[in-house]
Design a protein around this ligand. Structure first.
Ligand code: ATP
Ligand code: MG
Length: 363
């Protein structure tokens, strides 16, 4: 059987720096675990603009559509600030997400024990935390029509429309239930069915998908404002949270910051199932290209490495190997190694990007 395939799009700024560490991990899995991948690489963002005059070529997009998983670094940088809107690095990222129709955005909030004191919350609230927010990514109030700034009488009015079809809700709900089956069989759906029509439909459709297709998963519903409060009060009550585009944007940032640095946060964006039954998928760290630290060996590669761990779990059915990788990261952090972003008051042994990657490989 052919090896599973990965397309790497390192992008700009610290993207290539953190991706170089992921390459070491991929090589290790090939050499030590017999887990070989066909890895190809292409350009996106400013790097693609410099080479080809566009932030994403049709060829690179076609490759992304054909592989089992895409790993992306980050795009953008001050060098490209004055480009036309359509040529900006970020357009490359938006285009690939849109063309691959990645409607389900997974953002874990996972607290490594060694970093539990890094959170703004008390240690016992966050230690061992491992939850997943599933955010609908391609519809809702960010896309609904009508939208715009219009004139009404003698003043202007800004309009956005929250709009969800049943099928849009059902597919992201399925994505959350599938995830729950691989985790702890527990989903909490968040909307505001008390004040929004789209929320009423959301609750109804999620419940229907549950009852007809996933009755074995424990499902609860919560208003998103109450959910935000509970997330800050006692986040360990949750496992998988599924919510719409806008609430997901806010709740996932909130959940992420329970756990510490931007340099620690991975993400996955999933689309419809491919012929092999696995979803189309793009994995990337939550952080951006961090131009302020690019080229200095300061970037924390863990967010990008954890994104690869998500790929192992959700695209390659290698949950045990994903656990192994996360365990190595936990061990490295427990031994006190810290990139600059993780250096708190309690100190630690300062390491560079590549030293951190090497330590994870060794562990
Ligand atoms: P974007 O618009 O692409 O999201 P941004 O400016 O909002 O970019 P980042 O590029 O992620 O955000 O940078 C925000 C801050 O976090 C910067 O000071 C950056 O140096 C820091 N940062 C981001 N990623 C990392 C990382 N992997 N390691 C260390 N510091 C990081
Ligand atoms: Mg940002």
């Amino acid at each position: 059987m052919a090896n599973p395939s990965i397309l790497i799009l390192p992008g700009d700024g610290i993207g290539p720096e953190v991706m170089a560490e992921v390459r070491k991990i991929i090589d290790w899995f090939g050499a030590k675990r017999g887990l070989n991948f066909d890895v190809s690489e292409d350009l996106i963002g400013g790097a693609a603009y410099d080479a080809h005059g566009v932030p994403l070529t049709d060829e690179a997009l076609a490759k992304a559509q054909a592989v089992d998983a895409v790993l992306l670094g980050a795009v953008g940088g001050p060098k490209y600030d004055n480009l036309d809107f359509a040529l900006k690095p970020e357009r490359g990222l938006l285009r690939i997400r849109k063309e691959m129709d990645l409607f389900s955005n997974l953002r874990p909030a996972q607290c490594f024990d060694a970093l539990a004191d890094f959170s703004s919350l008390k240690r016992d609230v966050v230690a061992g935390l491992d939850i997943m927010i599933v955010r609908e990514l391609t519809s809702g109030v960010y896309f609904g029509e009508p939208r715009g700034i219009f004139t009404e009488g003698n003043e202007r009015v800004g309009i956005n429309t929250q709009r969800y079809t049943e099928s849009e809700i059902a597919r992201v709900a399925r994505s959350a239930f599938e995830l729950a089956k691989r985790r702890n069989n527990k989903v909490c759906s968040m909307e505001k069915a008390n004040v929004m029509e789209s929320g009423i439909l959301w609750r109804e459709v999620v419940q229907k998908v549950h009852d007809e297709e996933y009755p074995e998963v424990e499902l609860s519903h919560m208003y998103a404002d109450a959910g935000a409060m509970q997330l800050c009060r006692w986040p360990k009550q949750f496992d998988v949270i599924v919510t719409d585009n806008l609430f997901g944007d806010i709740l996932s940032d909130c959940a992420a910051m329970l756990t510490g640095s931007l340099g620690m946060l991975p993400s996955a964006s999933l689309g419809a199932p491919m012929a092999n039954g696995r979803p189309k998928a793009l994995y990337e760290p939550v952080h951006g290209s961090a131009p302020d630290i690019a080229g200095q060996g300061k970037a924390n590669p863990i967010a990008c490495i954890l994104s690869f761990a998500m790929a192992l779990r959700y695209s390659f059915d290698q949950g045990t190997e994903a656990d192994r990788l996360e365990g190595a990261i936990e061990a490295v952090l427990a031994s006190g190694l810290r990139t600059a972003d993780l250096m708190g008051p309690e100190g630690g042994k300062p390491v560079s990007t590549s030293e951190m990657g090497d330590a994870v490989v060794k562990a």
